[in-house]
Write a protein that binds this ligand. Structure first.
Ligand code: 16G
Length: 247
């Protein structure tokens, strides 16, 4: 450790929190992803703290997703989280822009009669045919999200005739169907992965996830309603804040 950092016993800031800040500085500026951080015993000795205080600091960073534990091995620096895009971008574009290789596993595709809820989202009548495409999205081969896209079958009748393995839906819509999405909305909620989704996403059952619902249009036509499950340990939400001006 090259940075001089000490715990100030007279500070009103709790000691575990001071240690958390010291560790955060290390994580962000000195230690590479997947390298170990000092053990709680070492941290306690180095900073003149109790083991319990050191553990509290480490546990905070584990629950924030900045560190991860490996049973019997120690505690390691986690990958920094990715900002959920708040633009109408495709997974493929987003990952490429980050220098990562996007991937998709085709988990299933079928045409179903729209439920009342799906029909409402897509501006259809209940019972109208809807194509459903389920994909596991990966970045550099690591599972990131599950996406369940619903598209009106009348808009793109032959959409399910291809495999969606490592294909970009938005590229196919643009290139083969002339559909360019120009508007969308998105709702993001917290959730818990069920055992099926947790298995696919390589998470422990009961892990936190982000549930996203997105609707997209091309002109007046509703094109996609997608329900996605994103890994909460890999994604975060960043929003810019405007000052609200009262009239
Ligand atoms: C994004 C969209 C998803 C869309 C996909 C297309 C969210 C929550 N989801 O992941 O709706 O189907 O991009 O990506 O943002 P693709 O062109 O790489 O298939």
């Amino acid at each position: 450790m090259t940075r001089a950092a000490t715990i100030d016993a007279r500070s009103p800031v709790p000691k575990y929190y001071q240690l958390r800040e010291i560790l955060l500085d290390l994580i962000e500026h000195e230690l590479a992803v997947d390298t170990p951080v000092p053990s709680e015993r070492e941290l306690a000795a180095r900073y003149g703290l109790s083991r319990m205080t050191a553990r509290q600091a480490v546990e905070h960073l584990v629950s924030e997703g900045r560190l991860y534990r490996v049973q019997g091995k120690g505690t390691f620096v986690a990958q920094p989280k990715i900002d959920i895009p708040l633009r109408l971008t495709s997974f493929t574009e987003d990952m490429r822009a980050r220098g990562m290789t996007p991937g998709a596993a085709d988990l299933g595709r079928r045409t179903v009669a729209a439920s009342a809820a799906v029909a409402r989202e897509l501006g259809l009548a209940a019972g109208d045919p809807v194509h459903v495409i389920e994909r596991l999205r990966t970045a550099d081969g690591v599972p990131m999200a599950l996406e369940r896209s619903h598209l009106p079958a009348s808009l793109v009748p032959d959409l399910l005739e291809r495999s969606w393995r490592n294909q970009s839906l938005y590229e196919v819509l643009a290139r083969e169907h002339g559909i360019i999405l120009d508007r969308g909305d998105q709702v993001i909620e917290a959730g818990i992965a069920d055992s099926g989704d947790a298995g696919l996403l390589d998470l422990a059952p009961g892990s936190a996830v982000l549930l996203l619902q997105r609707r997209c249009w091309a002109g007046e036509a509703a094109v996609e309603y997608v329900v996605s499950t994103y890994r909460a340990d890999r994604y975060q939400l960043r929003a810019s804040l405007d000052v609200s001006l009262r009239a």
